[in-house]
Design a protein around this ligand. Structure first.
Ligand SMILES: Cc1cc2nc3c(=O)[nH]c(=O)nc-3n(C[C@H](O)[C@H](O)[C@H](O)COP(=O)(O)OP(=O)(O)OC[C@H]3O[C@@H](n4cnc5c(N)ncnc54)[C@H](O)[C@@H]3O)c2cc1C
Length: 462
């Protein structure tokens, strides 16, 4: 009886029940939940997505939308026998519109593919993540992805003019197109962006493009810690006569992890590693401005040591120290992750309290890195090899509450970029009030009355 609907659905849309596919497509980058989907479907176009959703509505089957599965909050996890709806075959890649600077793509196109596609015209979709080779446009929009260039361009939601979304009842909504100015009633497109697949399934997007910066400079600077890193940021913003593209921070142990896993030497040569490092990317022709700024911060002893990339190869090599942190930590052990943000100017004060009062509560060493320019810090905790995983997760969840209390106190966010998914549900109340969550539930109920689309993610229906 249980497989009857699966057989029926497989007559309509490509479907797999191979154990390897169930394992692969039943989860994202988080390793906390055991994947247990009933099957995986691979619709080839929007009409097939609608057909799957309408079929599932009729048969009361829960569905998990799945993109590149690089999510870090278990939003794409199917641990309760749900049907996984993979969007990877929605691979339409349109022509760049040279007038409006837009590009229409299927939601299964990867982030990196959009970059490559627009590059020859000197354009880019400025949403840029270390997971770009695998994460998809649909996933980027469903999570309102941030990344390394938020400081300059903002989140993914700013770079979309149109969205096509399939609702759980099988209706296809066309929310805007390539028209730039369109103020007609509430913006459902923005409601869908960042909704983590609980309101609708994104099948296509029209993306806004911008000019690729022609001149870039990358600096990798050794600093004493968060406080000096922030002072450097303030200095760059006020005294520096340049446009920042990225301002990233990593603690010493993150740098060590990248060196160990990648087998690469210290960027600073021999000797002891500094307590922390920042990677700065700036754009534009600088005519000595950057050199003067660097001299100034060296004289003020804000920087211990530094490197300026001399070639594009150098830039990639320096960026790799930042881009490879998440993957390297994942290879070294089991990580508990938090992705938080506070007002940039309060970050040093926040980290001071975090290290003094909250860190001792976590059952493992803290690894801090992130997008310093946005006040966004990834607070990762590594499981000690001798600790039992269950005991580790339990300890982390207890300590998390202290972290969230602290965030609540300083008006910070429990999820800067990664979303809530399954993993951070208990954190939601520290950043969103009861009335706000009730309004979210009302929207969910209106669009998905049976609660079948990505059930249990973000909040329970209650
Ligand atoms: C190494 C690494 C670095 C990362 N760096 C960043 C970073 O800097 N900034 C950042 O924001 N994130 C980062 N992430 C997290 C992740 O890459 C992003 O959240 C990304 O946007 C997820 O896209 P995805 O296609 O992999 O989505 P998935 O993981 O497949 O899904 C994410 C969520 O979106 C839903 N979803 C997916 N596709 C659709 C669709 N078409 N329609 C509706 N819902 C959908 C899923 O149900 C799930 O809830 C990083 C991850 C890794 C592994």
């Amino acid at each position: 009886m249980k497989t009857q609907w699966i057989d029926e659905l497989s007559q309509r849309v490509p479907l797999s029940r191979q154990p390897q596919d169930l394992q692969t497509y039943g989860r994202d980058w988080t390793r906390v939940y055991v994947p247990r989907p009933s099957a995986v479907v691979f619709p080839r176009h929007a009409d097939e997505v609608c057909e799957v959703l309408s079929f599932c509505s009729e048969h009361g089957i829960a569905v998990v939308p799945s993109g590149g599965r690089t999510g870090l909050s278990a939003g794409a996890v199917a641990a309760e026998g749900e049907l996984v709806l993979s969007l990877e075959r929605l691979r339409h890649l349109g022509e760049v519109d040279p007038f409006g600077l837009t590009l229409t793509v299927g939601s299964g196109i990867t982030n990196h593919e959009t970059h490559v596609h627009a590059e020859h015209l000197g354009l880019t979709w400025p949403v840029d993540l270390a997971s770009k080779g695998s994460c998809q446009v649909g996933g980027n929009l469903a999570t309102n992805a941030g990344g390394i260039r938020v400081l300059r361009y903002g989140h993914a939601r700013h770079w979309v003019t149109g969205l096509q979304v399939a609702l759980m009842n099988g209706t296809l909504l066309n929310l805007g197109n390539a028209v730039q100015k369109d103020n007609v009633g509430p913006d459902l497109r923005q409601l869908m962006i960042g909704s983590e697949g609980i309101l609708g399934v994104i099948t296509q997007a029209t993306l806004r493009l911008t000019l690729l910066p022609t001149d870039r400079q990358v600096l990798f600077l050794a600093v004493d810690g968060m406080e000096t890193g922030l002072e450097l940021l303030r200095h760059a913003r006020i005294q520096g006569r340049f446009q920042l593209q990225a301002f990233e921070f990593m603690g010493r142990n993150c740098l060590e992890a990248v060196m160990k896993v990648g087998g690469v030497p210290s960027p600073f040569g021999g000797g002891e590693l500094p307590p922390a490092a920042v990677l700065i990317e700036v754009e534009g022709r600088l005519d000595g401005d950057l050199d003067r700024w660097l001299e100034d911060v060296l004289n003020q002893k804000l920087v211990r040591d530094g490197l300026v990339a001399k070639s594009s190869g150098d830039m990639s090599r320096l960026w790799a120290y930042r881009d490879n942190i998440t993957e390297s930590l994942g290879r070294l052990g089991l990580m508990h992750k938090n992705d938080i943000s506070v007002e940039v100017g309060r970050l040093a004060e926040f980290v001071h309290v975090l290290e003094k009062e909250v860190a001792p509560a976590f059952p493992g060493e803290l690894y801090l890195f992130g997008h310093l320019g946005d006040g966004n810090l990834h607070v990762n905790v590594m499981k000690p090899s001798a600790t039992d995983p269950e005991e580790f997760w339990d300890g982390c969840h207890v300590a998390d509450m202290q972290l969230y209390e602290l965030l609540h106190k300083v008006g910070g966010s429990v999820s800067a970029e990664h979303g809530i998914g399954l993993l951070k549900k208990s954190a939601l109340r520290f950043s969103r009030g009861t009335a706000e969550v009730a309004a979210m539930r009302a929207v969910k109920k209106a669009l998905d009355p049976q609660g079948l689309l990505n059930p249990g993610k973000v909040f329970d229906l209650g």
